[in-house]
Ligand binder design. Structure first.
Ligand SMILES: [Zn+2]
Length: 103
């Protein structure tokens, strides 16, 4: 059986960067600012309905603490949920997205 899922093995925050290692021994290094700007949650990225209309929450004013992380919670083996210091925590970053955003 082949799984297409990208499994997160380890992660840590070093200064402004999130370092993630995956079970296939690849790594992702993502700037926290990029991570927040690409937050995939419904209120940041929007949700598309069956007709293709995009619904988005009100534009959020990002402040300095919006780019700082107070903690990260693993979501299964496939994702990470950052707790941003401005109180935002609804985005789940998948391994796939981490690889896409990696420098
Ligand atoms: Zn968000």
């Amino acid at each position: 059986m082949v799984s297409a899922e990208i499994v997160i093995k380890n992660f840590e925050i070093v200064n402004e960067l999130l370092l993630v290692s995956f079970s296939d021994n690849s790594e992702a290094i993502v700037n926290l600012k990029t991570l927040r700007e690409r937050c995939p949650c419904a209120s940041c990225a929007g949700e598309t309905d069956a007709l293709g209309n995009l619904y988005k929450g009100p534009e959020q004013k990002l402040i300095e603490s919006s780019y700082q992380i107070s903690g990260i919670q693993p979501v299964g083996y496939y994702g990470l949920r950052p707790f941003w210091k401005d109180g935002h925590n609804t985005g789940i970053i998948t391994g796939e997205l981490l690889k896409e955003l990696s420098d």
